[in-house]
Design a protein around this ligand. Structure first.
Ligand code: GLV
Length: 316
């Protein structure tokens, strides 16, 4: 069962393998009660990040369920313990969305440091404006430091891009990255405190887990440099959004570029009217090619698991 609308190549792959596929084709998510009814008897679920995969859903499917294949790299929507207890393998889609998401993070860095959203709003407003030496000055990236929180595939890909823009890189991660990669990027492994205190741009790339929920809160925002920018393409709840609004209002940091929100799709009222924030509707992996590749990878995981093979990209 494909619980949300995904690109056709993913569904095709499942059908071509001879499976009976129940695929939701509306853009709006399937109502939960309908999902709980339709999921009965499914051997595999292909799910979107907007779907809560919990004990209730797994039990509704039944004991034959083998696989939950998320069409996303993030998997905070899945109760992994509940999957394990029921011998259900959960998979995600790492790798195929690395470049698209790193591109978007770099775009947010450029937008927020060069005030591009604000500039675009000005032109569209029809208000008169005239070029001037001191008009809408931003911050250059050359010689500045990027702090990457979570140096996995996406964090590393962003570091590469930032290096090309003349930035130096520091990172914090549970594990140190491959020494060859760290050397190539000149990336220093530092504590979160040091990263926050010394970076001009802090970009978040860690998964959302109980440990990383509100990883960036009042104290961490207070540790950041006054002229620094925060960029989040990970999950909204990694940041305490109310604390971010307070920090921005107090001028404690210079701005934020956000692709994700704590209570998505709601956005904190205090962010909406601010010119020092860039707000994007969770578009990290939103390219035609990437979304198709994600759907295909999720489908291949499902096919492998229902035929008793090992998953391509199991979680954990
Ligand atoms: C998107 O947010 C993803 O986790 O793939």
């Amino acid at each position: 069962m494909v619980t949300g609308r995904i690109p056709e190549p993913g569904v095709e792959l499942l059908r071509a393998a001879g499976h009976d596929v129940d695929a939701w084709i509306e853009d709006d998510p399937m109502p939960r009660d309908e999902l709980l009814r339709r999921v009965v008897g499914a051997d595999a679920l292909v799910t979107l990040l907007t779907e809560r995969v919990d004990a209730e859903l797994l039990d509704a499917a039944g004991p034959q369920l083998r696989a939950v294949c998320n069409v996303a790299v993030g998997h905070d929507n899945i109760d992994l313990a509940a999957c394990r207890e029921r011998a259900v393998t959960a998979t995600n889609t790492p790798g195929v969305l690395t470049d698209a998401t790193a591109d978007l993070a770099m775009a947010l860095i450029l937008m927020v440091t060069r005030r591009l959203g604000e500039g675009e709003r000005l032109v569209r407003s029809g208000e008169p404006w005239r070029w001037g030496m001191s008009m809408m000055l931003g911050t250059g990236l050359q010689g500045r430091r990027l702090g990457v929180v979570g140096m996995g595939q996406i964090g590393t890909a962003l570091a590469r891009r930032a290096q090309a823009f003349g930035m130096s890189v520091a990172y914090t991660n549970r594990r140190r990255v491959d020494p060859a990669v760290a050397a190539e990027l000149g990336a220093a492994h530092v504590s979160l405190d040091e990263l926050l205190a010394t970076s001009d741009v802090v970009s978040l790339h860690c998964p959302l887990t109980p440990e990383t929920r509100h990883l960036i809160g009042e104290a961490e925002l207070a540790t950041m440099r006054p002229g620094a920018f925060l960029v989040n393409t990970a999950r909204g709840a990694v940041v305490d959004e109310a604390a971010l609004v307070t920090a921005l209002e107090a001028g404690r940091i210079a701005g934020a570029g956000l692709d994700v929100f704590e209570h998505e799709p709601q956005v904190h009222e205090g962010l909406l009217g601010r010119d020092d924030v860039v707000l994007i509707p969770h578009l990290g992996s939103a390219t035609e090619e990437t979304r198709a590749a994600m759907a295909v990878l999720a489908a291949r995981n499902a096919l492998a698991l229902v035929t008793g093979e090992t998953a391509l990209t199991p979680i954990g």
